[in-house]
Write a protein that binds this ligand. Structure first.
Ligand SMILES: [Fe+2]
Length: 899
């Protein structure tokens, strides 16, 4: 259920507010007024006076002798956006209209056609008049004479006669013969002056298409057509049209041609589709769309006002527009690295001076974790919080065991996989990339595991694991190295599973393709006691950690959750009516994703944006994601069980509780994830079985079939011919598909998102950028001598520069936040779920189970036998604990991908 304060707001507000909107959090509109002109203030004061107009009786168009009185109560919200938009002459007109009681025209639609005529029963119309205003809550009421033969209310049509949009939370009809009827709206209703088409809201009762009451069938179809639009023209911010497009809008190439990036989506660079905005085409290349501030998202996809005013968009936007440029201005040499590790520590103790930061008082409030007060107030200081990992153990990042442990319980637990074939071999073209055979030999592995078993026995016993970043990154190594100050390799890292379920890294192979007239170069590094070998091992680990960091952000996080999820949002809104029970099941899991993705396209992952600047891949960042999507992404492997099985990290076993036997039992992401999966699956199963008691109903559900077809053939249309798409014929098929979508939006996104500052906030432990090649890759005599003389310098020169590191830390800090109104999975039911006793009971079971999951995870973290999550200085694995406080907490699973 949406919380009372959840009013969706356009990013339009950013351009209107004279200062960060954080400052009007908890505002009253009157408190906001002194900032504007006195005439408006006067108007508002007048409005504040209580004036109750005589109730306007509804016009009854179909009266009978047996009519009853029905009262409709409309709860609307006065928002910062609507208030600001209303400033001016139109606000005055709207206020007058409100007082006259002629601002919201309601039309009640009968659920069933007239049995005698077969036509729609005459609608009951009436104006709602404003009766009270309490803070941001505005209440309107209407009275109707309700004919006894009208029957069940199926929908209400709203005409907004204000000059501006209004946010309607819900409409409740009291006095209806069969009991109170609720209509949960939570939506913006446009002004009739902007769009003459009235808004339709259906009651909270869910219907499959075939069960739609006769009086609502046409409205149901019309409303879907309205949401689909006609694919033409530029979308306006007030519209609610959902459509698809490719990623061709990442930079304004007319003014800055260097911002031209490969178009993602299509034959050359397959990619999931994004929301169509219809912006004008670029003059210099019409296959690109112009970049303009404020990307369109359908009106109801905008963030809630609380989310907007406090965190998320505002946070990110504030940081991008003020903090990062100030950082860049403060660190004059963009290539300057850290002179020593003490200088890195000082980021958390003394901070960085930001002398150029304007409005510092404001930023201190917007970003309190980052911007600190200094005694003389002359400077702003960007001082980072000490990440929990570093706080618990200053030397955590140096230990091999921690490097391995984090592949199971860190920020990216989605890459580690079982070695099933030997020897290791690349599938890249050897003509271009050099010999395909790995330099990690059988003898080398056996030596590193002290000959306790042969390689083949280790593989048979499932004891060898790999992080394989060889074939994904190697084809980009030459192009990335051609960019200034970057080093990139293909890499493979082998781990051996100890009897105590911990992993030990035993070999790292780094490969550079043939380039600059030199042949392929590859080297295998192993843990070493001698200083030279030990430093080379440390440096090789740094390269792999950067690969893992890039893969995490590019694939595990952005591609697999944010980008792949957007087509689900679009298809669900285009194909499933809001009265469809599956729409109502999915809606909380799809909310806000389009908004955060639009913001990311507009700024974070835009051409030359922060992500390109903090990732080694630079301008090839998203393009590499397209390669992964093309070669590896499969819908049928996105559910937690299927993902684990595909990586050899689990196998099906009906005899164990969740039907899966983990290859490494102490695999915190998997074992906690399965608890969450299990609870959600029970809920989804009960829900689906309730609405589809007969298996054939799934195949017969036309909306549902259209939805699945559109996801496969349009939203993920570049993969439409893949044979692995699941069929959708039975409730079981539907449950699996829904669970995949819900899991990605909940557990998977939480696991890879909310620990970003915890695990990457100390950047030597997870650099996202490597500036230097290995000291032993074709070194000059001088380079090698320099390394031997002071190897620490080689490491500092490889790690990100000051500006790269601090930019990244600021981004990780901001996107690790939970908003104060975060909606956690299983926390609050949707209104339609509450009205059905079966669904309500199922939801209560889900809520209870998730509370238990919290306790189980706490117990596991306290168990000293689980060495991958318990030990001296080890950060407990809490990322899949369902609930959390606001802020950077390293736990909490929100309903949707919303940051
Ligand atoms: Fe995210």
């Amino acid at each position: 259920m949406l919380k009372p304060q959840q009013i969706h707001q356009s990013r339009f507000i950013r351009n209107l507010l004279p200062f960060p909107s954080q400052f009007i959090h908890g505002f009253s509109t009157l408190a906001f007024l002194p900032l504007h002109n006195s005439k408006i203030n006067q108007t508002r004061k007048n409005v504040k006076l209580v004036f109750r107009p005589t109730p306007v009786k509804a016009t009854l168009t179909n009266t009978t002798d047996k009519s009853v009185a029905v009262k409709a109560t409309v709860v609307a919200k006065q928002t910062v956006t609507s208030f600001i938009k209303n400033i001016g002459i139109q606000q005055g007109l709207d206020e007058i209209q409100d007082l006259l009681g002629k601002t919201l025209l309601l039309e009640l639609v009968a659920a069933h056609l007239d049995p005698k005529t077969g036509l729609e029963k005459k609608r009951i119309k009436g104006y709602a008049h404003r009766v009270s205003k309490d803070g941001s809550n505005v209440k309107y009421e209407a009275e109707f004479e309700f004919p006894a033969d009208f029957g069940e209310i199926g929908a209400v049509v709203v005409e907004n006669e204000h000059h501006k949009e209004i946010f309607i939370e819900d409409i409740v009809f009291d006095g209806v013969p069969n009991g109170t009827v609720s209509v949960n709206c939570n939506s913006w209703v446009h002004s009739k002056f902007d769009n003459p088409r009235n808004r339709v809201f259906f009651t909270n009762k869910s219907y499959l298409p075939s069960e739609t009451p006769s009086g609502l069938r046409k409205l149901r179809e019309d409303e879907l057509l309205n949401l689909q639009g006609n694919g033409q023209g530029e979308r306006k911010s007030s519209e609610r049209i959902y459509d698809y497009d490719v990623y061709n809008d990442l930079g304004d190439i007319d003014t800055e041609p260097t911002k031209k990036r490969s178009i993602l989506g299509g034959k050359d660079f397959p990619y999931p589709r994004r929301c169509r905005t219809g912006r004008p085409r670029c003059r210099t290349d019409p296959s690109y769309e112009k970049w303009e501030e404020g990307f369109y998202v359908p009106r109801d996809e905008a963030f809630s006002e609380v989310k907007q005013l406090t965190f998320s968009t505002n946070f990110i936007y504030s940081m991008l527009t003020a903090i990062i440029p100030s950082l860049e201005a403060s660190i004059l040499d963009p290539d300057m690295g850290f002179p020593n590790f003490n200088a890195i520590d000082e980021l958390y103790t003394q901070g960085l001076n930001l002398p150029t930061l304007d409005k510092k008082e404001l930023w201190k409030s917007v970003l309190p974790r980052l911007i600190k007060t200094v005694s003389d107030e002359a400077h702003s200081i960007l001082r980072f919080e000490t990440p929990e990992t570093l706080d618990r153990d200053k030397f955590f990042w140096l230990r091999d065991e921690e490097f391995a442990r984090q592949t199971l319980a860190g920020l990216n637990p989605l890459s580690i996989k079982l070695v099933t074939e030997w020897p290791l071999k690349s599938i890249l073209d050897p003509e271009t990339y050099g010999p395909a055979e790995s330099a990690i030999t059988t003898d080398l592995i056996q030596r590193e595991i002290n000959e306790v078993m042969t390689v083949h026995k280790a593989i048979d016993q499932k004891r060898l694991f790999i992080l394989d970043y060889h074939d994904l990154f190697l084809p980009y190594a030459e192009r990335v190295r051609d960019l200034k100050g970057r080093a990139l390799y293909g890499s493979r890292t082998i781990f051996f599973l100890n009897p105590d379920e911990t992993l030990k890294p035993i070999a790292i192979e780094l490969t550079r393709p043939p380039m600059d007239g030199k042949p392929q170069w590859k080297e295998v590094y192993t843990p070493c006691l001698h200083s030279t070998g030990d430093w080379l091992w440390k440096l090789a680990k740094t390269q792999v950690l950067a690969h893992d960091s890039i893969y995490h952000q590019l694939v595990s996080h952005w591609l697999r959750t944010h980008a792949c999820g957007e087509p689900y949002v679009i298809a669900t809104n285009r194909c499933l009516s809001v009265m469809h029970p599956i729409y109502r099941l999915l809606h909380p899991h799809l909310r806000y994703t389009m908004e955060i993705n639009a913001l990311a396209r507009e700024s974070l992952v835009a051409a030359d944006g922060p992500i390109e600047k903090i990732m080694t891949l630079g301008k090839y960042y998203l393009e590499v994601g397209s390669v992964f999507y093309d070669q590896h992404w499969r819908f049928d492997q996105q559910s937690l069980p299927a993902d684990l099985i595909s990586r050899g990290m689990a196998e099906e076993d009906p005899s164990v509780p969740q039907g899966l036997r983990l290859t490494i039992k102490d695999y915190p992401y998997a074992s906690d994830g399965l608890l969450l999966w299990d609870a959600l699956k029970q809920w989804v199963t009960e829900y689906v079985n309730h609405y589809y008691p007969n298996p054939s109903m799934v195949e017969a559900d036309q909306e549902l079939q259209a939805w699945w077809t559109e996801i496969r053939t349009v939203g993920h249309g570049d993969k439409k011919d893949e044979p692995w798409w699941p069929v959708l014929k039975t409730p079981k098929d539907l449950i699996e598909i829904l669970m995949t979508i819900i899991w990605v939006a909940t557990g998977q996104h939480a696991a890879v998102n909310f620990g970003q500052y915890t695990y990457a906030g100390y950047f030597p432990s997870r650099p996202s950028f490597t500036r230097a090649k290995m000291p032993n890759e074709d070194p000059t005599d001088n380079e090698w001598r320099r390394f031997l003389r002071k190897p620490e310098v080689a490491l500092l020169e490889c790690l990100p520069s000051q500006i790269q590191a601090t930019r990244a830390m600021a981004v990780w800090d901001v996107i690790s936040h939970h908003s104060p109104d975060e909606e956690y999975v299983g926390d609050k039911p949707e209104p339609s779920w509450v009205e059905d006793p079966v669904i309500r009971a199922a939801f209560e079971r889900l809520h209870g189970k998730l509370k238990q999951v919290e306790g189980i995870i706490d117990e596991r973290n306290g168990d000293c036998n689980l060495k991958n999550r318990n030990g001296a200085g080890i950060t407990p694995y809490e990322l899949l604990k369902p609930f959390s406080e606001p802020g950077v907490t390293g736990m909490g699973v929100p309903n949707s991908v919303s940051i």
